[in-house]
Design a protein around this ligand. Structure first.
Ligand code: 5GP
Length: 211
């Protein structure tokens, strides 16, 4: 049976490129699954329920909170977002590594509840670049962009709480760095214990054989 997977938290200010980095890594690595969050935000563009998010009503979200279904949840820019505890557990139990793309409030909760998780902070290379990216993606009115930039002012200072820092200057480089973090987790002794024991077993005695 496969061992338990690694839980990887990806967080950082809005516009730093978390979703693009997550998509790049998910497309390039096997054994890695994305935790599809629930949200009360309406779908944007071509987003489909069950793929980018599970889009739910405020009542449905409140019901999920009441039933204790969330590992964490938070309000982000007026909408609610939450991570399904059961979905994450099931994926980890089957041996998959699981990637969470969540805001800094959610990241703090998951770090506390799951101390074995690995947290990765995504930082833009500068304030100017973050502003340009938020303006270029044309998702938000000016008022919301200004609010995201104000929040980013506080959020970028949270990087020391994380295990790893990726500065997203160019997307391809950032994707490679996150892949390297995940590969290094997979190489830890604790993840390879079972395999190592089996190999050591082949050295067991005079009549030991390769499996
Ligand atoms: P967006 O609406 O632009 O897709 O996401 C807005 C913010 O919510 C992003 O920072 C994203 O990482 C965060 N987010 C997405 N899913 C979750 C979640 O399940 N929990 C928390 N705390 N934040 C989330």
């Amino acid at each position: 049976m496969a061992g338990r997977g690694n839980l990887i938290i990806l967080s950082g200010p809005s516009g730093a490129g978390k979703s693009a980095i997550a998509a790049g890594v998910l497309g390039a690595m096997t054994g890695l699954r994305f935790s599809v969050s629930h949200t009360t935000r309406p779908p944007r563009g071509r987003e489909r329920s069950g793929v980018e998010y599970h889009f739910v009503s405020r009542d449905e979200f409140d019901d999920l909170i009441r039933r204790g279904e969330f590992l964490e949840w938070a309000e982000v820019y007026g909408n609610l977002y939450g991570t399904s505890k059961r979905a994450v557990e099931e994926m980890l139990d089957t041996g998959s590594d699981v990637l969470l793309d969540i805001d800094v409030q959610g990241a703090r909760i998951v770090r506390t509840r799951c101390p074995e998780s690995t947290s990765v902070f995504i930082m833009p290379p500068s304030y100017r670049v973050l502003r340009e990216r938020l303006e270029q993606r044309q998702l938000d009115p000016d008022r919301v962009i200004e609010q995201r930039l104000r929040n980013a002012w506080d959020e970028v200072r949270l990087y020391p709480d994380y295990d790893y820092l990726i500065i997203n200057g160019d997307l391809a480089g950032a994707v490679e760095e996150l892949k390297a973090v995940i590969m290094s987790l997979r190489c830890r002794i604790s993840c390879r214990e079972e395999m190592a024991r089996a190999i050591v077993g082949t050295f067991g005695g005079a009549d030991a054989q390769d499996p």
